[in-house]
Write a new protein. Structure first.
Length: 203
């Protein structure tokens, strides 16, 4: 997890098109975070399972909520953000919207969602599932998958690939630092020549 917090989500975006939930935005500044997914699936307006999941949060977890296609209601507001943070969660991700934006921003707890809303879910005791496969922003998230992100967005890495991906991203970050594209261009080298966009391959 610590290695994933040393790289950006965009670094992964340089290597693959997979694993990036679409349409989600940070409620406030998030900084870098990484953790295993604690997944929750709820039936639209019933957030019973989200409340029950709060007692299962382990330090380092990222709470991932699938609202079954209801992208306007909020099932995760300021109070739940505070409770999750107190339990040691490092972030929350929902394919619904969010309420209590000011509280969440003041808390400094990273929350990604479709947007903001005053319309919330209810405790109806209908149904819901915890630690099952979910779909958020077009990406399937399995319990324990690595969710990491920053102010640019979030990315999901299957748990079985975490070690290999962490190794690869660390090397890419080192290459970025060594290449100093901005400084090299300022010294007179054409950017396209450096990146291979000139058609002659990267230098």
């Amino acid at each position: 997890m610590e290695r994933f917090t040393r790289v950006t989500a965009a670094t992964l975006g340089h290597t693959t098109d997979f694993g990036f939930p679409r349409g989600l935005k940070p409620v406030g500044p998030s900084g870098r975070f990484a953790g295993p997914a604690l997944t929750v699936k709820i039936p639209h307006l019933d957030s019973t399972a989200v409340h029950r999941a709060m007692s299962l949060v382990q330090p380092g977890d990222v709470v991932v909520i699938d609202q079954s296609g209801d992208d306007y209601r909020s099932s995760f507001g300021g109070t739940l953000a505070a409770i999750a943070a107190d339990a040691g969660a490092v972030a929350a991700v929902s394919n619904g919207s969010t309420n209590d934006a000011t509280e969440i921003r003041e808390l400094g707890f990273p929350v990604f969602s479709r947007g903001l809303t005053a319309l919330t879910t209810r405790i109806l005791m209908l149904e819901g599932q915890i630690n099952v496969p979910v779909s958020v922003g077009g990406v399937v998230v399995m319990p324990g998958d690595i969710v990491f992100g920053d102010d640019d967005g979030i990315a999901v890495v299957p748990a079985a690939q975490a070690q290999e991906v962490a190794d690869r991203l660390s090397l890419i970050e080192i290459d970025f630092e060594r290449s100093d594209l901005r400084g090299t261009v300022a010294r007179g080298t054409d950017l396209a020549e450096l990146t291979g966009a000139s058609g002659q391959g990267p230098r």
